[in-house]
Design a protein around this ligand. Structure first.
Ligand code: NAP
Length: 217
């Protein structure tokens, strides 16, 4: 039978309830069989600003462990080089039956520039795209940009009120010594505390300086 698989692509620094609600919404709305959280590894632009990929991966594992429809994939994290979405989609197509239908889910902000992504035309043929929007996001502007570009992307937009939460806001809250309860799962809040994440720029990078294997949970 033809499978329908969601790929939740993101940096997840850290994963929060907005991401989890988005994945669940898309799972239901598009009648998917499962959603794979694809944690971004090396970032082409962000470099050292991003928390170590293994720590971000562990937070995702903790956040999704209660949902049997969700899984995490470390393909991008294990690669030494920058991974573009086209690399990931090619990998997934090689590893799933030919009839599988993929839905690449990410923030609509991230999709705004998709026409400039690596091998965008090929990517358009490999996956349907789902752009999750925060309340107030100008969907029409995004649609116009994609139409004008003349590319043949199949982009579905989905407003997710829970995306009023952002990873940037959560990192800032931790730096300010504020509570992140109710924004991330309890397990993730505990992990952030245990590993002293987001307290300072140095705090974020401490893991990389000290060792190359993930911390014990
Ligand atoms: P980003 O620029 O950090 O995020 C843009 C916006 O989208 C932020 O508001 C972010 O909110 C939100 N967002 C990110 N992932 C989301 C998700 N899965 N669900 C809902 N909202 C999400 O984007 P990014 O994390 O670097 O990249 C997003 C995905 O696009 C990744 O899989 C990345 O590999 C891919 N990408 C590929 C290319 C390429 O192939 N050339 C270029 C850019 C991005 P939060 O900060 O709260 O998450």
């Amino acid at each position: 039978m033809k499978q329908r698989i969601g790929i939740m692509g993101g940096t997840f620094d850290p994963i929060h309830f907005g991401h989890l609600v988005t994945a669940q919404e898309v799972f239901e709305r598009f009648a998917l069989d499962s959603v794979i959280f694809m944690v971004a590894g090396k970032h082409p632009l962000k470099g050292d600003e991003v928390t170590d990929a293994h720590l971000r991966l562990q937070m995702v594992e903790i956040a999704i462990r209660d949902n049997p429809h969700f899984e995490v994939n470390d393909f991008e994290v294990q690669r030494d080089e920058v991974t573009y979405t086209i690399d990931t989609m090619r990998y997934l197509h090689q590893n799933y039956p030919p009839q599988t239908e993929f839905f690449f889910i990410t923030g609509a902000d991230a999709l705004f520039d998709i026409i400039e992504w690596k091998d965008a035309r090929e990517l358009a043929g490999l996956t349907i795209l789902v752009g999750a929007t925060r309340p107030g996001y100008d969907i029409e502007k995004a649609k116009l940009r994609h139409e004008c570009a003349g590319e043949h992307f199949d982009i579905r937009y989905l407003e997710v009120p829970a995306l009023a939460v952002s990873s940037t806001d959560i990192r800032q809250r931790v730096r300010d010594g504020r509570d992140v309860r109710y924004l991330v799962t309890d397990g993730v809040a505990e992990f952030i505390k245990q590993h002293h994440l987001y307290q300072s720029i140095q705090g974020c990078c401490r893991y990389e300086r000290e060792q190359k294997t993930p911390f014990e949970e």
